[in-house]
Design a protein around this ligand. Structure first.
Ligand code: PLP
Length: 459
């Protein structure tokens, strides 16, 4: 008999969570324009909006905050941070930034130009926005099996290597400045990318003389899923696999708010000395001096400690098991979820969940609002609201390929009984799904629409 996988920590500090009545939630939703990003956190019972910056720090990380060296230049905390990142990721030049998108802004600000194309296994929304902000095109090249949300293939986060090779062969010199690979693939179900696929990407990039970069936000979860799922990897250590993921790439960007288990922070790391120098120059103008880059010394300490803790196997075993627990329970009860479970989140397939709605009825947004109204649970739409495009002639919103609702699980925050309540609430909603109304977008901004758009029920 296998042993129960437990949370490998005990709780030292607790925080009350927001208990509300259905009427209070209805009023909060209306006031927020039916956008969950606009609902105050005190009105949320279980917050699965994101796993970004929402993790619980360890006692060691809190101790690290006290050790933080707040010197403007050359702080001890920077050197501890730099050495940790060098050791884990294998790159020489380490540039701290205040969060992941600042690293994106620096890299694409330096390397992306109008008319260029940047392929990826799937770009995350801020990555796409930073590329488009430079006038370049963000091109997604997922593998075909990722399109089938029910397919149980182990590495649906992979890059489509044949397509990458084709795109690189068919474009002229300089048209593709960099290739990105996101591990795990957040926008497409949180699926991992195999080591074999990462090696394949490196080989293609080298052959075409284009530098490859990794978005490393969930590098540890990816390494653990490689260990569990990729043939020949089960006996290798997590740090060994984690480091091998970056082998042959020119550098990586990381939001440390995910697998850094920190509440803020990130970095850009590269072996390219010239690029690093250019990046430091931008950094001084937009983020801060190169040894703090928009962060306090204490943040650098917390990240350095978090990056080691995230590679501990009992932590990763618990982390991946708790995601699978939620996904498997829902799946076994007939709720349409993206298969198989990835690392940081469970994704409901809102189009199948709300099959009485059309994609233009914004089923992801409708389900997100219904889940909050029913149970005070906050999730995130990843579908037409986030990725739908506006038709240039009709001005209509064109549906995205999928309408998902992401239940992102903050690290070391919620207990199993809280996850049981999430399961219970979703099952209740599923049983009564036909009553969930369509949504309409009432107002939308020009970029990163999902953060601030306003909606209303269609009936
Ligand atoms: C894969 C990925 N890349 C980049 C980012 C952006 O990071 P940040 O939110 O720290 O700016 C995120 C954030 O959610 C992400 O999931």
């Amino acid at each position: 008999m296998s042993r129960t996988i437990i949370e490998p920590f005990r709780i030292k500090v607790v925080e009350p969570i927001g208990q509300t009545s259905r009427e209070e939630r209805r009023a909060a939703l209306e006031k927020a324009g039916y956008n969950l990003f606009m609902v105050p956190a005190e009105k949320i019972l279980i917050d699965l909006l994101t796993d970004s910056g929402t993790g619980a720090m360890s006692s060691e990380q809190w101790a690290g905050l006290s050790r933080g060296d707040e010197s403007y230049a050359g702080a001890r905390s920077f050197y501890r941070f730099r050495d940790t990142v060098r050791e884990i990721f294998g790159f020489q030049h380490i540039i701290p930034v205040h969060q992941g998108r600042a690293a994106e802004k620096i890299l694409f600000g330096l390397r992306a130009k109008p008319g260029q194309t940047i392929p990826s296994n799937t770009h995350f929304d801020t990555t796409r926005a930073n590329i488009e902000w430079r006038g370049a095109t963000a091109l997604d090249l997922p593998v075909p099996e990722a399109e089938n949300l029910s397919d149980e293939a182990p590495f649906k986060g992979n890059m489509n290597l044949a397509e990458l090779d084709r795109v690189l062969s068919e474009t002229g010199e300089g048209e593709i400045p960099v290739v990105m690979t996101t591990i795990t693939n957040n926008s497409l179900g949180g699926h991992p990318v195999s080591l074999e696929n990462l090696r394949g990407t490196v080989e293609i990039c080298e052959r075409h003389g284009v530098p490859g970069f990794v978005d490393a936000a969930r590098f540890a979860e990816n390494a653990y899923l490689v260990k569990r799922r990729e043939p020949g990897q089960s006996t290798r250590s997590i740090p060994t696999i984690a480091r091998e993921q970056f082998s042959g790439f020119r550098g990586c960007l990381m939001s440390a708010k995910k697998d850094g288990i920190a509440n803020i922070g990130g970095f850009f790391a590269t072996d390219d000395a010239d690029l690093a120098e250019e990046a430091r120059q931008v950094l001084v103008v937009t983020e801060g001096f190169p040894t703090y880059g928009g962060l306090a010394g204490r943040d650098l300490e917390a990240i350095a400690i978090g990056l080691r803790e995230v590679l501990e196997e009992p932590y990763l075993e618990y982390r991946i098991a708790s995601t699978a627990y939620l996904a498997d329970h829902l799946h076994n009860e007939g709720v349409p979820v993206v298969r198989p479970a990835g690392g940081h989140a469970v994704y409901l397939d809102a189009r199948r969940f709300l099959s009485h709605l059309d994609p233009t009825d914004l089923p992801g947004q409708a389900l997100t609002c219904a889940l909050y109204l029913h149970a005070g649970i906050r999730a995130c739409e990843i579908g037409t609201v986030m990725f739908g495009t506006i038709d240039s002639e009709s001005g209509e919103l064109e549906p995205a390929p999928h309408d998902l609702v992401r239940l992102a699980i903050p690290r070391r925050v919620y207990t199993q009984s809280q996850m049981d309540l999430v399961i219970e609430s979703i099952l209740e909603l599923h049983a009564d799904r036909e009553r969930i109304p369509a949504m309409r977008m009432a107002w939308s901004p020009s970029a990163l629409r999902h953060f601030t758009a306003r909606f209303e029920p269609a009936t």
